[in-house]
Design a protein around this ligand. Structure first.
Ligand code: TXA
Ligand code: MG
Length: 327
């Protein structure tokens, strides 16, 4: 791959000008940073897969900056999707709907459905409106790596591989969006996120989570779930303790034991969070910090699997390589 100069800008207009030229741009959202291209330009979309080293059978989410763009992306909007959109757009939610014929098959990896998301992040919205076209974007990491939650993390991995990064603060949520398939009889949560099962149930009581569906009835409905995801270089081990942390109502992301190569406990790699929300926000950044310091094992505390804790446990289990999570 030919290296290129990576321009870093705070201007949504400058970033959008790259999209209009058919080039790709990393941009902030409230979940994680995305790597975007004009969703209606098949060639531009292909360069996303190249920059990420992503298998082309894994579909991309299309981002919109205004409701009117929905009809340029979706052939129709099923009633279940309409309800979700009414309650949770703009926000950390992706709805899977029937694909509009104008959306190239490169975006959806040949599927007749398309994921649509309207981010809540103010800079993302300015950028998307400037683009004036729907923007297809996966997370801005190299394939198989944790999603980036800061522009520094994007830069580390993508410098020289992409032409532009739109600079913004760290992602507020820190985990990727909730993905809900609205194209079949019953809405199914394909990926858990900050719009939780409980929140969706209030709007769509019949919703189910794909995690509860047996393999026989769900042949890789979200193609991405068959790939190994969110895995940092060090080994991730899930633990319940230590008890005193729980007693203080604080959740520790990890604590580094004395590793075999003589690493000693380093306080700066001991991230204690006040609750599940900050735990989710800091998780991927923590993984990257651990990689940089060369630790071999990351201990992550389990959280109760309710609310945002479901999404967090999903990412933790995937990082730990638990085969039952289908990664
Ligand atoms: O928060 C997010 O969703 C971020 C930001 C940038 O928006 N994007 C993101 O994209 O996480 P990505 O490509 O890393 O994950 C998209 C997930 C994959 O698991 C993919 O398989 C699934 O969504 N997906 C996309 N389109 C789909 C479709 N038509 N049917 C089923 N699953 C789909
Ligand atoms: Mg991703």
């Amino acid at each position: 791959m030919v290296r290129m100069e990576t321009r870093i800008t705070s201007s949504p207009r400058v970033a959008a000008s790259f999209i209009k030229e058919g080039r790709i741009v990393a941009f902030p959202t409230e979940t994680v940073f995305g790597l975007g291209a004009d969703a209606l330009n098949a060639r531009a979309v292909k360069s996303i897969f190249k920059a990420k080293g992503r298998p082309s059978d894994n579909p991309l989410i299309v981002h919109i900056g205004d409701y009117y763009q929905l009809s340029t992306v979706a052939r129709r909007v099923p009633p279940t999707a309409e309800k979700l959109i009414g309650h949770f757009f703009p926000g950390p939610l992706t709805v899977i709907v029937p694909r509009h014929p104008d959306v190239p098959l490169e975006v959806t990896a040949g599927l007749d459905t398309v994921g649509v998301r309207f981010p809540a992040h103010p800079l993302a919205q300015l950028f998307l409106r400037e683009c004036d076209t729907p923007v297809a974007a996966p997370s801005a990491n190299r394939s198989g790596r944790p999603s980036p939650t800061s522009w520094h993390a994007v830069f580390e991995e993508m410098n020289g591989r992409i032409p532009c990064i739109l600079k913004g603060g760290s992602s507020r949520v820190g985990l990727e969006s909730t993905v809900v398939d609205c194209t079949r009889g019953r809405p199914v949560i394909l990926r858990e996120g900050a719009v939780t099962l409980e929140m969706i149930r209030e709007v769509l009581p019949g919703v189910i989570s794909a995690r509860g569906v047996s393999d026989a009835t769900s042949p890789a409905r979200s193609p991405g779930t068959k790939y190994r995801h969110y895995a940092p270089v060090p080994k991730v081990v899930l633990v319940d303790g230590p008890d005193e942390v729980v007693g203080m109502r604080r959740v520790k992301i990890g604590f580094i034991g004395t590793a075999s190569r003589g690493f000693r406990t380093k306080p700066d790699l001991l991230t204690a969070c006040r609750g599940v929300r900050t735990y989710a926000q800091k998780l991927f950044r923590f993984f990257r910090a651990c990689e940089r310091s060369g630790v071999q094992v990351i201990y992550c505390q389990r959280v109760p699997a309710r609310g945002l804790g479901r999404a967090l446990m999903d990412r933790l289990q995937k990082a730990a390589g638990d085969p039952s999570t289908g990664s």
